[in-house]
Design a protein around this ligand. Structure first.
Ligand SMILES: Cc1cc2nc3c(=O)[nH]c(=O)nc-3n(C[C@H](O)[C@H](O)[C@H](O)COP(=O)(O)OP(=O)(O)OC[C@H]3O[C@@H](n4cnc5c(N)ncnc54)[C@H](O)[C@@H]3O)c2cc1C
Length: 496
């Protein structure tokens, strides 16, 4: 198992109940995107809701590119995964017997299950990490940086990794990549620095198919103060009634969408971009001043504290915010059991492209995807009964160097929220000069150049409309031309 975010920890725990698991992470157990997740997990856990409504919301947000079968798996198995986390000891917030549910953009119901207010990710990671370290069938290798998947004749037989400057060849019956996304390739990002898309690069080099790499979600409301990292301000706060104001202090979202501040993320991010352009400003404002101070403090304690640390009092001050790279929708193409096109290689969590998000991820569906497909991968992996294969390694691999410092500004400027042909071609030329460590950036830019339309989170200044010709996925595979695969079975709800 490569990666110890929520996807990797959960899959390891489930597989560890029946077999031996080696869990590798390039950092420590606490350094993951998962630990930073604020909003919570979307799941139809209460009677006022249903998996069908959750499915409809997810398909609507995905602008025609979701795989309805994968979404059906996600929403129907989601509530059981939430209950399973409770069985493992995670305590979700409740008011009496009922879950205290948050509301986020694009969801027609309150359905965000939270733990510890806005520290859901941390609570879950801590609990799962504790269980993993107690499980005697799970061996944990921290600071173990995977540099290569050992694949021969289309079968994955393990990995090569570097730990304490020593190279290790590790054989495995099944390899599960749970290495997270690539949003840290951008300058303005909500992600921790480790989210550099390693798993996508490893899988691509080994011959796996990557799908829809152009779709990178920009969170509309990340803190925008000079010389300060782009801390995310969860949209659950907009769910409690916060407004967005432009540089003139005018509320603008109702002009763009009837759901106003609770429209899906792509709609809100585009509206913010338009307002920033119109008023030549690099931010808009989040206005919390009219909300109940005690409720904010209680429901969002760490956001409250973070704002205070930066000298902002949400009850008095407007909060400057702007979009920042947040989530990689594309990734390693997998089937309904998290299996890739390489035998015995699985991918789960943000590194994977299961088809549940389509062109726009609905808020809080990603932790759900981590859980549902990690469970499926864990179950599928247990059925692989082949003996360990002998690996014939290639020449020793150099650990990919750190990101070139010029890469994040290029990604933000030319492969960011709004793109065009000229900028993407320029970015591709510059990224090509940076060699192997810019591979994932190049794949994103290449896919973005091919998709000559605007859809979901992918916005082209030179192709501003959605184009039905582009109801298609872009598949990238090493040594092959990109494939454009049209979607055959369209559903009624898609694109609405
Ligand atoms: C600020 C923030 C808030 C968010 N809030 C929410 C939310 O409220 N709800 C929601 O659903 N989603 C949220 N998300 C998204 C969600 O947190 C992520 O999509 C999810 O946690 C990804 O989990 P993961 O297990 O796939 O990967 P991660 O948690 O990113 O873990 C990746 C793991 O892979 C390891 N790894 C990577 N490369 C290598 C390598 N080469 N060798 C060895 N190990 C490697 C890392 O060390 C790490 O252990 C948020 C994201 C951020 C950044």
């Amino acid at each position: 198992m490569i990666g110890a975010g929520i996807a990797g920890l959960y899959a390891a725990l489930l597989a560890g109940e029946h077999g031996r698991v080696l869990l590798l992470t390039k950092a420590s157990l606490s350094e993951t995107n998962s630990a930073w997740a604020q909003g919570g997990i979307a799941a139809a856990v209460e009677e006022h809701d249903s998996p069908q409504l959750h499915l409809e919301d997810t398909l609507r947000a995905g602008r025609g590119l979701c795989d309805p079968q994968a979404v059906a798996v996600l929403v129907s198995e989601g509530p059981d995964c939430v209950r399973d986390l409770e069985r493992l000891g995670v305590q979700f917030d409740r008011a009496g017997r009922e879950y205290l549910l948050g509301r986020e953009g694009g969801h027609s119901r309150r359905r965000i299950v939270q733990a510890g207010g806005s520290s859901t990710g941390r609570q879950i990671v801590e609990k799962l990490s504790q269980l993993v370290t107690q499980q005697r069938h799970i061996e944990l290798l921290e600071s173990a940086y995977v540099t290569e998947l050992l694949v021969s004749e289309g079968v994955c037989a393990g990995v090569r990794c570097v730990q304490n400057q020593k190279e290790l060849l590790l054989r495995a019956r099944v390899t599960i990549l749970a290495t997270g996304g690539a949003a840290a390739l951008y300058e303005r990002t909500t992600n921790p620095p480790g989210a550099t898309g390693d798993g996508m690069a490893l899988a691509y080099r080994a011959g796996a198919e990557l799908m829809d790499m152009e779709f990178v979600q920009f969170h509309p409301t990340a803190l925008a103060l000079p010389h300060t990292r782009s801390w995310l301000i969860t949209e659950a706060i907009r769910g409690e009634g916060a407004y967005l104001l432009n540089a003139q202090h005018e509320r603008f979202m109702p002009r763009y969408d009837e759901r106003a501040e609770l429209a899906p993320r792509d709609v809100v991010a585009r509206a913010i971009f338009e307002e920033m352009r119109t008023h030549q400003s690099d931010h808009v404002f989040l206005d919390l001043r009219h909300l109940n101070r005690e409720l904010l403090r209680e429901r969002f304690p760490n956001i409250w504290e973070m704002l205070n640390t930066h000298g902002l009092d949400p009850a008095r001050d407007l909060i400057p915010v702007a979009p920042a790279a947040h989530y990689t929708l594309g990734g390693i193409r997998t089937d309904l059991h998290a299996h890739t096109n390489i035998q015995n290689l699985y991918a789960v969590g943000e590194v994977a492209c299961t088809g549940v998000h389509g062109a726009n991820r609905l808020a809080s569906n990603s932790l759900l995807e981590c859980l549902v497909f990690a469970r499926r991968a864990g179950q599928a992996a247990l059925k692989v009964a082949e003996p360990l294969r002998t690996v014939t390694p290639s020449a020793p691999q150099a650990r990919p160097s750190a990101l070139p410092p010029t890469l994040p500004p290029i990604m933000t400027r030319y492969v960011g929220l709004v793109r065009d042909r000229e900028g993407l071609e320029y970015a591709l030329a510059r990224l090509a000069e940076m060699g192997e460590s810019a591979l994932v950036g190049r794949l994103i830019a290449q896919s973005a150049l091919l998709r000559t339309e605007s859809r979901g989170v992918h916005i082209r200044r030179d192709h501003t409309e959605e184009n039905s010709e582009w109801l298609a996925h872009i598949i990238m595979q090493k040594e092959r031309e990109p494939q454009i695969q049209k979607i055959k079975n369209l559903t009624n709800i898609s694109g609405g």
